[in-house]
Design a protein around this ligand. Structure first.
Ligand code: ADP
Ligand code: MG
Length: 269
């Protein structure tokens, strides 16, 4: 199964969720691949550390360069995959060079290349695709390559309005490019259980029939610490409250278990 973690908004927890779910998948014995499509490379840094991520070559930009016919050698995508210190987790790392390829890739219609490469790649039971905070070529490539979409949501009223647009965009991608794409669910992140508003907001979304996954991921400074340590939180501190939430969330996602739905999700689901 291929999972894309998508939300155009930055800072909602895409990279955090991608890497922690991938780490759980790996630790549960599944051969897992992370594909980092964000030129900022937060997932690459989170899993490899800043220095290793900066020197990891070849990378995803190499892959796209070759799809444009710019490569010197014809390299197999397998050569661009690097092991990480997390058990059973490999990564196809990002590079800042991706930024400069964006225009060319868009103009030359290379949108299906990533999917084709992943289709060719066997041996991985789970693939997690991290996306940049924009809806351009890289995000669309990931949405086309994936089977299920996870949407991080940060309990902000402004993000709520963006959520409806986002679900419509997904519906369009499904109609125009990838009929197999399904919404795997909305991951509530940065949840503050003691504050009233986030709970109200989430309750309303559930009431509307949106596919909200349970449990919610709380807010904790420990997440930032884990990024700093370049170790997913579930690896750094497996008994931490958030690690337990991630474990439970992982199981819920696999089962497609949503919070009590009152209305049908309809075409959005
Ligand atoms: N549940 C959380 N609690 C506290 N901080 C978090 C949480 N999730 C993410 N963060 C922090 O928020 C910032 C953005 O998270 P990140 O995963 O990089 O989001 P995105 O990939 O959507 O831009 C990071 O500094 C990260 O450490
Ligand atoms: Mg990110």
């Amino acid at each position: 199964m291929r999972w894309v973690v998508f939300n155009q908004k930055g800072g909602v927890g895409k990279s955090t969720i991608t890497c922690n779910l991938a780490a759980i998948s790996g630790r549960r014995g599944r051969k897992t691949l992370v594909v980092d499509l964000d030129p900022q490379g937060n997932s690459s840094q989170y899993l490899l550390g800043r220095e290793t991520a900066a020197s990891a070559e070849p990378h995803l930009a190499t892959f796209f360069e070759e799809s444009l016919g710019l490569g010197i050698f014809k390299r197999d995508v397998r050569e661009m995959i690097h092991p990480t210190p997390v058990e059973n987790v490999d990564i196809l790392p990002s590079s800042p060079l991706l930024e400069s390829l964006h225009g060319k890739l868009e103009a030359r219609h290379k949108i299906g290349k990533l999917r084709a490469a992943l289709d060719e790649l066997d041996g991985y039971e789970a693939v997690y695709l991290d996306t940049p905070p924009s809806f351009g070529f890289f995000t669309l490539s990931a949405l086309i390559a994936a089977d299920r979409c996870l949407i991080p949501f940060d309990c902000d009223d402004f993000s709520r309005r963006a959520l409806y647009t986002l679900l419509e965009s997904l519906q369009e991608v499904r109609e125009d490019h990838n009929p197999g794409l399904r919404v795997g669910g909305i991951v509530v992140n940065h949840f503050q259980s003691r504050a009233l508003l986030p709970q109200q907001l989430v309750d309303e979304l559930i009431e509307e029939g949106l596919p909200i996954l349970m449990p919610f991921i709380s807010s904790s400074v420990k997440v930032r610490e884990s990024h700093h340590a370049a170790r997913p939180l579930v690896v750094l501190d497996p008994s931490h409250k958030l690690s337990l939430e991630f474990e439970e969330l992982f199981t819920a996602i696999e089962k497609g278990k949503m919070a009590g739905r009152k209305k049908a999700v309809g075409t959005r689901g």
